[in-house]
Design a protein around this ligand. Sequence first.
Ligand SMILES: [Zn+2]
Length: 140
Amino acid sequence: MIAVAQEARENAFVIRSLHQFGACVITEEGELFGGCNIENTISGMGVCAERAAIDNAVVHGKYRFRGIAIVDDSEVLVYPCGVCREYLALFSQTNDIDLEVILAKSETKYVVKKISKLLPNMFVSKSETTRNKIKSYKNK
Ligand SMILES: [Zn+2]
């Protein structure tokens, strides 16, 4: 996963922060999908590597994940932003898996966290219809 995230990171489109991120989600079946951050000149319009990786998997009809690896090259560990934590938490509801979030500097230097620890009290829709729709992706 980390190698795929590193490869995706090389394709980051960074015109504002100049900070390249790569990510890779692993599906229940073990398939890997990479993503990178894609920035925009309009603030807030870009997408983070984590969401790009999930979106890449969704484009390929994959909705259930076991975890995600995130890589960058800064000195300190970089955690997913709040939006990405919510995004990961939402997809953790499709299969009721507490996603593993791997924060990596290299294939040997990383830490593993659970999304439930990174986002306690995640948003869960009060709508039964919405919750059932999310669960319907368990069988796709
Ligand atoms: Zn983010």
